[in-house]
Design a protein around this ligand. Structure first.
Ligand SMILES: Nc1ncnc2c1ncn2[C@@H]1O[C@H](COP(=O)(O)OP(=O)(O)OP(=O)(O)O)[C@@H](O)[C@H]1O
Length: 584
């Protein structure tokens, strides 16, 4: 088991001083706790010889002093040990988040988000419980039993033996019920997640449900799920209801034995009344540590499994990294923007290749439009430039240098990438546009929004650029989202701008205006954009037609029209559509 816990050792080492102090305080707490029954025992024996005001005052004060000391130690113990577990949880969570953010998109295709979330929440919680309560209570039980046992044996080995018999049974009962309670609790949690997801889907899809008149069907399906939730909850209630009476019975039994056997010893004169009282108090004091022992076994089992699951994520090495970086490249390097694909072929994992033998040069400051049927590999091609996807070898070069020689930070800070599916954070539009640019001024934000042709619409919102979007705020239209994402890319003043079909939700007229604005803005920079519209592609310096992962046609608008291939037929088709739209 210790081997499985080894990933935690570096973290424990970091807090070794805190944990060592915690261990000392645990010993002190238990030492003061075991003194309490001793004081009561000697007070009883002393009082039997005659009760005086002085004796009451003396024993009372001593008891109060030790109880107060014990309370202080208990406070410190919890504060230090549970505190350390929270600190380790904090470190682990940071390391996990950092490693998860370093992973390439392919990692998120392989791992379900729900699973990642479960590991970063439930598993982390289980590890914290292992490091905090589990370690604290097991240390407590061991130290207190070690301190109590010699004292009890001194009073009477026979009574000790008899009274101890039922106590481990309490641990076993708690352990048995604990693991079942945990399983049932997990089932309830799973059901709860399901009904929460169902509720969320119903609320966000309310318009759709009403449009299809499916309210009754959805309410019925909700009721079924809710019924299952309550059924599982009642199963847990039943188990909990059984646990406590069983425990009380077992622990009451220990008390009965103590009273019977111990009382007998007192009558025979083998044990003093004071010692008997102290003994009985210790048995009561041992109740919780024994219960805790059973609980702790479950925490250890769960915690160890969780450490393994978390460690898997921590050890996951990003497949796209800086291992081939040329250390001579400056961290603030500004690229010129010459891009070259050299005999480029690419496949997703072990699947068949989706790009074949691509040879293409995009000179710095020029623009390239990529057109082609759906699924022909356009997005894949542009994802290779900022290394969101990676190719082996030197098949993609910028300014004559293979891109894997640039540190990822340098490469990506020189590129403005607008993906096909826009993602906006649930923050203000201002924060969304300034994403990644720490000291963006209002002028820069407005300028970027103006170039992306979204500034006027934003200013018309009641809160202007401070309007919050996403779940907590307003919903932007598809076109508004795309233009906000373009503004976000522009504010970085990238040397290379990539638009992955980022104007698909914008009308042709606005698209043309954005692109002509971009032309001015990107005068000496490189622009690559994927488009399905010939009218957009026509303005580019070069147009590449990608079919089945190969460049089928390459040239200017005029050159491609002369070829009479895919581009020409696309042009004719779209011309016809426009004419029909005008005459209709
Ligand atoms: N993560 C992935 N794993 C495996 N195959 C993928 C993955 N992403 C894309 N593909 C496949 O690669 C091929 C090219 O996809 P890509 O998205 O590059 O095409 P596209 O030309 O951009 O299409 P569209 O115009 O519809 O956006 C498709 O057959 C697609 O199914």
């Amino acid at each position: 088991m210790f081997e499985r816990l080894s990933p935690l050792f570096p973290y424990l080492k970091r807090y070794r001083r805190q944990l060592a102090t915690g261990a000392v305080v645990t010993v002190l707490y238990n030492a003061s706790k075991i003194t309490l029954p001793k004081i009561i025992g000697s007070a009883v024996d002393d009082m039997r010889l005659g009760v005086t005001r002085d004796k009451i005052f003396h024993h009372g004060l001593l008891l109060f002093g030790v109880a107060a000391l014990s309370a202080v130690f208990l406070y410190l113990m919890r504060q230090i040990v549970i505190g350390a577990s929270r600190e380790i949880e904090f470190d682990l969570r940071n390391d996990l988040f950092e490693n998860l953010l370093r992973q390439p998109p392919s990692f998120y295709h392989q791992h379900r988000t729900g699973d990642i979330m479960a590991r970063t929440t439930n598993d982390l919680n289980a590890v914290r419980q292992l490091l905090g309560p589990a370690i604290m209570y097991s240390a407590n039980t061991v130290v207190f039993t070690a301190a109590a046992l010699p004292y009890m044996l001194k009073i009477s080995p026979w009574v000790t033996l008899c009274a101890f018999v039922p106590l481990p049974v309490a641990s076993v009962v708690v352990q048995y019920f604990g693991s079942r309670i945990h399983t049932r609790f997990e089932r309830i949690q799973a059901m709860f997640s399901e009904i929460s997801a169902k509720a969320q889907e119903n609320f966000s899809g309310a318009r759709f449900i009403r449009a299809f008149a499916q309210e009754e069907a959805e309410i019925a399906s909700w009721e079924t799920a809710n019924q299952e939730y309550i059924r599982r909850s009642l199963l847990l209630v039943r188990l909990m209801a059984m646990l406590w009476p069983t425990l009380e019975f077992v622990l009451g039994f220990a008390m009965v034995i103590t009273l019977l056997v111990g009382g007998h010893e007192v009558v025979k004169g083998h044990v003093s009344a004071g010692n008997f009282t102290a003994f009985a108090i210790i048995i009561v004091q041992l109740t919780w540590p024994m219960i805790a022992l059973g609980w702790v076994v479950n925490l250890f089992q769960r915690g160890t499994a969780s450490v393994v699951r978390i460690d898997e994520l921590l050890k996951w090495v990003p497949t796209i990294d800086d291992s081939a970086v040329d250390s001579a490249i400056a961290a603030d390097l500004k690229l010129r923007g010459d891009i070259e694909f050299r005999n480029l072929s690419f496949a997703y994992g072990s699947n068949a290749a989706v790009l074949h033998d691509i040879n293409l040069t995009i000179p710095a400051g020029s623009s390239l439009a990529i057109v082609g049927p759906t699924g022909s590999g356009k997005s894949t091609l542009v994802h290779l430039i900022p290394r969101l996807l990676d190719v082996k070898g030197d098949q993609v070069l910028i300014d004559g240098v293979p891109i894997r020689h640039y540190p990822l930070d340098v490469l990506r800070s020189n590129i403005g990438f607008v993906p096909q599916e826009t993602f906006l954070f649930s923050e203000s539009i201002r924060e969304n546009i300034a994403f990644g640019v720490q000291d963006a001024t209002d002028e820069q934000i407005v300028h970027a929004a103006t170039t992306a042709h979204i500034a006027k619409e934003i200013q018309e919102f009641p809160n202007g650029f401070d309007t919050v979007v996403g779940e907590r705020g307003i919903t932007l239209s598809g076109g508004q989202k795309q233009r906000t994402a373009i503004a976000r890319a522009l504010i970085r003043e990238p040397r290379i701008l990539i638009l992955d079909d980022a104007l698909a939700s914008v009308d042709t007229y606005t698209e043309e205006r954005i692109l002509s604005g971009l032309k001015q803005e990107m005068q000496d920079r490189t622009t690559i954009f994927i488009s399905h519209r010939v009218s957009t592609a026509a303005n580019a310096d070069q147009i590449a037609v990608l079919i089945d992962g190969r460049i089928a046609e390459l040239g200017t608008h005029e050159e491609l029209l002369m070829k009479g291939g895919y581009y020409t037929s696309l042009f004719e088709k779209q011309q016809l559509e426009e004419e029909i739209a005008v005459t209709a």
